[in-house]
Design a protein around this ligand. Structure first.
Ligand SMILES: [Zn+2]
Length: 326
């Protein structure tokens, strides 16, 4: 018995924090996280009936094997963990991110059931701790039970479909300046099936926030560029989370030009970075897009811009130039 209890203690000691690590893979999977958590009731591995009963009495003396099968990570501050209750476990999350995080939860259950359902996305609000995702409860306490959880997590509310289409975005540059939209929505060069805009802002030109929000990610350390998607990995960008659940991305910014950091609140019109020729680009410009997330996919959405005082906001058109008259 002593031996077994030592084993259990040792196994407990092997539990590691499931902090999600960071990687620098391609942008679209940068928002994407995957890890596996496997929990096995140790009564399954005990052949001695007495020991088995004892384990049952100490409900779920468990052997944890934690498999981290992550392919890509983005959240620095999301933890998914669990604690024991009388008849099972509570699976919970701590989200220290400044936006909600969505977690796809897939449970493999043996003699257990999940109170909040299975194979679905749970949305964890921004900056919460001990947020209960679900409880997995034992069905028949006389039998062995186990559960195995696969989770996939990403920034944003991945169940969201609606957003504020009529919000008036500001043109992302200085007053009285004119820039051309060299590529618009569904542009044939690199915006096929995307609601993205390329403004021909020359290198060093000031980029201003088009809308209020919170900075959730900044990359401005790259300097390489080329006219091929393989250079996407060198993109510099600022990502800002908006109050309607959308994100904006300002891409190709000049190396070292970011004026804001992750966690900062930005106001519409605030200088956030300078234009550059970095990443998948053949010349300095600003790539701007607004999007929702759907697990591994960005879903870019159309938005309207204020062009001049007194004019209703409107979508921008490819090849047209826009003077910021405000
Ligand atoms: Zn673009």
């Amino acid at each position: 018995m002593v031996t077994h209890s030592l084993i259990i203690r040792r196994q407990y000691a092997e539990i590691v924090n499931q902090r999600i690590w960071r990687s620098n893979l391609a942008t679209y999977i940068n928002f994407y996280t995957m890890f596996t958590l496997r929990i096995t009731n140790s009564s399954l591995i005990s052949s001695n009936r007495y020991i088995k009963q004892l384990f049952m009495r100490y409900t779920f003396s468990v052997l944890f094997t934690l498999l981290v099968t992550a392919v890509a990570f983005s959240q620095d501050y999301l933890n998914v963990d669990f604690y024991k209750i009388t008849d099972g476990y509570v699976i919970f999350a701590d989200n220290h991110e400044l936006s909600p995080v969505s977690v796809q939860v897939d449970l493999d259950l043996k003699n257990m059931k999940s109170t909040e359902g299975n194979n679905k996305i749970f949305v964890i609000p921004a900056q919460v701790t001990n947020y209960e995702i679900t409880r997995v409860k034992i069905i028949d306490s006389r039998k062995a039970s186990k559960f195995h959880v696969n989770t996939l997590a990403g920034l944003g509310d991945h169940t969201q479909k609606e957003y504020d289409y009529d919000y008036p975005y500001d043109l992302p540059y200085d007053s009285n300046v004119t820039h051309k939209v060299v590529q618009g929505y569904n542009g044939q060069l690199s915006h096929k099936h995307q609601h993205a805009l390329d403004f021909n802002i020359p290198s060093g030109g000031r980029i201003l926030a088009a809308r209020n929000g919170v900075v959730v990610d900044v990359e401005d350390r790259n300097s390489k560029s080329c006219g091929h998607p393989k250079c996407n990995k060198y993109n510099n960008y600022v990502r800002i989370y908006h109050s309607d659940g959308t994100f904006a991305e300002y891409t190709h910014i000049k190396r070292g030009s970011a004026k804001i950091r992750k966690g900062d609140t930005v106001a519409q019109g605030q200088h956030i970075a300078s234009s550059g020729n970095v990443g998948w680009a053949t010349g300095a410009h600003l790539h701007f897009e607004v999007f929702l997330m759907n697990m591994d996919k960005k879903v870019t959405v159309p938005t309207k811009f204020r062009i001049a005082q007194g004019m209703p906001p409107q979508e921008l058109i490819e090849k047209k130039s826009y003077k910021k008259n405000y």
